[in-house]
Design a protein around this ligand. Structure first.
Ligand code: AQP
Length: 328
């Protein structure tokens, strides 16, 4: 039997090249070897206010993006989180075995709650528990994520171990799959910050649907470090980040990337980088608009049915072990 993977993206804004290189690109490769569940995590998105019509539109857009990136619905299960109510049900169970202290230690919570004081949403606080539910419901062996989600995955493992210890062996303890290159693409405007959908400055990110001219402008404006050499060097985070993007979009070995720019300077490198990104995104951008909406909805419906058949079994097992199966 194939091992299982589960991963997801929030339909909470415009996807950027960090989401693509840190997550989607790896999903496409992994789906060949794993039984794969790829979720559009709209219940995570509502941890911040969302406009209903826009959320609906963004959910379908994300389904298009999954398909255009190469997720094959004949091989993998693509579904929307809220279509499988077991996610929210198991999240409640896991909330009851979670501790305040461990959730307070989550760096994403600390970042997102900064300056909000008592008004910070409870959903932001319990977000990692819902993520644990997503993963444990499918008994996923592997979870492909960017570096930013590693801590949440550690919490998932802790909750699974705690439940198994207290109620008997139930959950698979999942392993993270963090790509060796591209796990953390940084902002083009501040290389100490990760590229992020919720960044207020659009120049910090290359969005997957940016057109060629916008990409050229953003790369031209990207901050660089002092010096002139185009080399992988962690002590020069801006150029290191740009060169990492170049390596990922060209699929070239690191050494070859550096060799191409010996003695060439930042201006030349940036022009080549912009063109490489445009070429990388071209086939994706051509495909993304080509899907028929009705077919897309059908794909999500059958994905949800398949996901539910797995999720139901796990939840039933959990309820039985906890003494919650009363009338059914
Ligand atoms: N900068 C990044 N580099 C590499 N991988 C990244 N991911 C996110 N940012 C980077 C990975 O993309 C997947 C989906 O992310 P998400 O939508 O669940 O939310 P996120 O991790 O919080 O991503 P964003 O873009 O920063 O969104 P906002 O601003 O809405 O919070 C995950 O696998 C993530 O690791």
């Amino acid at each position: 039997m194939k091992k299982r993977i589960l991963s997801g993206v929030q339909p909470s804004g415009n996807l950027h090249i960090g989401n693509y290189l840190g997550a989607l690109k790896n999903w496409v490769t992994l789906q060949k070897d794993y039984e794969s569940f790829f979720c559009i995590v709209n219940l995570h998105a509502i941890t911040l206010p969302q406009e209903p019509e826009k959320l609906k539109r963004k959910t379908l857009e994300l389904a298009r993006i999954y398909l255009a990136a190469g997720i094959d619905p004949k091989v993998s299960t693509i579904f929307v989180q809220s279509d499988v109510p077991e996610h929210a049900e198991l999240a409640w169970v896991l909330t009851c075995i979670s501790r305040m202290g461990e959730l307070e230690r989550m760096t994403q919570f600390k970042d997102k709650s900064k300056g909000k004081g008592e008004s910070v949403g409870v959903g932001i606080f319990t977000y990692p528990v819902l993520m644990a539910s997503d993963i444990l419901l499918y008994k996923a062996n592997l979870v492909p994520v960017g570096q930013d989600q590693k801590q949440h995955l550690e919490l998932t493992r802790d909750l699974a171990e705690r439940f198994n210890r207290d109620y008997g062996e139930t959950f698979v303890i999942p392993e993270p799959y963090i790509p060796p290159v591209g796990a953390k693409i940084q902002s083009l405007q501040d290389p100490m910050k990760k590229m992020s959908k919720s960044d207020q400055d659009p120049n910090g990110s290359i969005f997957l649907l940016d057109d060629a001219d916008v990409i050229r402008k953003k790369i031209k404006r990207a901050v660089t470090d002092s010096g002139t050499e185009v080399k992988f060097d962690k002590s020069r985070p801006a150029i290191n980040n740009l060169l990492t993007i170049y390596q990922l979009v060209t699929d070239l070995p690191a050494e070859e990337c550096e060799n191409r720019f010996v003695g060439k300077g930042y201006g030349y490198f940036k022009t080549e980088l912009a063109e490489a990104i445009i070429e990388f995104l071209r086939p994706f951008q051509q495909k993304v608009r080509s899907y028929d909406e009705q077919e897309l909805i059908e794909t999500l419906k059958s994905g949800a049915e398949k996901a539910r058949s797995v999720a139901c079994q796990t939840l039933r097992e959990v309820y039985e072990k906890m003494g919650l199966n009363y009338a059914s």
